[in-house]
Design a protein around this ligand. Structure first.
Ligand code: ZN
Length: 177
């Protein structure tokens, strides 16, 4: 396995709609290795999600995993995901992105959704997600459509460098939670 170079804001690959994969292509050793490398890269950089365009591959693949205070997400591979919003509730919270290093900003996201996708073996999977895991899925799904979280921020005034986020925003964020 290898740790891959992460694309950063300004690279055109982050603004392209990712290509869906045929079951045949998904089964190739190249794509299976890409999925392994994406998982290793996400873990290396302490990400909770990583989409293939973030490693310069315009393909509809995302990996997710989180074991932290915001919520537990088991290691999940989503291929060709479709997302259906459930309910009308939105929650605003902080997000960061490996492709927008050293920044945090507040982003409203739908609280609940259904995911239809393929797993890495090409099996159909369907599940509902809520709260933090729904947030991570929307963030990664956006990457597959050429969007980044900055596009979803209604007010750029909360956009903060990480050190300033910790100094000025985090105490307030804790009070509010
Ligand atoms: Zn991101």
């Amino acid at each position: 396995m290898s740790i891959l170079k992460v694309s950063r804001l300004g690279h055109p690959v982050l603004r392209m709609e990712a290509q869906r994969l045929s079951p045949q292509k998904l089964g190739t050793p190249e794509i299976q290795k890409l999925i392994d490398d994406m998982m290793e890269t996400m873990v290396e950089y302490y990400g909770v999600g990583l989409a293939a365009p973030q490693v310069h591959e315009s393909l509809a693949i995302a990996v997710l995993e989180s074991h932290g205070p915001r919520g537990d997400i088991p290691m999940t591979v989503l291929v060709n995901p479709d997302v259906t919003i459930l309910g009308e509730e939105q929650i605003e919270d902080w997000e960061g992105c490996l492709s927008v290093p050293d920044f945090r900003g507040r982003v409203p996201r739908w609280n609940k959704l259904r995911v239809d996708a393929l797993d890495r073996k090409g099996n159909r999977i369907q599940f509902t997600a809520e709260g933090f895991s729904a947030r991570v899925i929307q963030h990664e799904f956006d990457h597959l459509k050429g969007k980044v979280y900055l596009d979803r921020m209604p007010d750029l005034k909360t956009l903060s460098h990480f050190a300033e986020f910790q100094r000025y925003w985090l105490p307030q964020a804790k009070e509010n939670s």
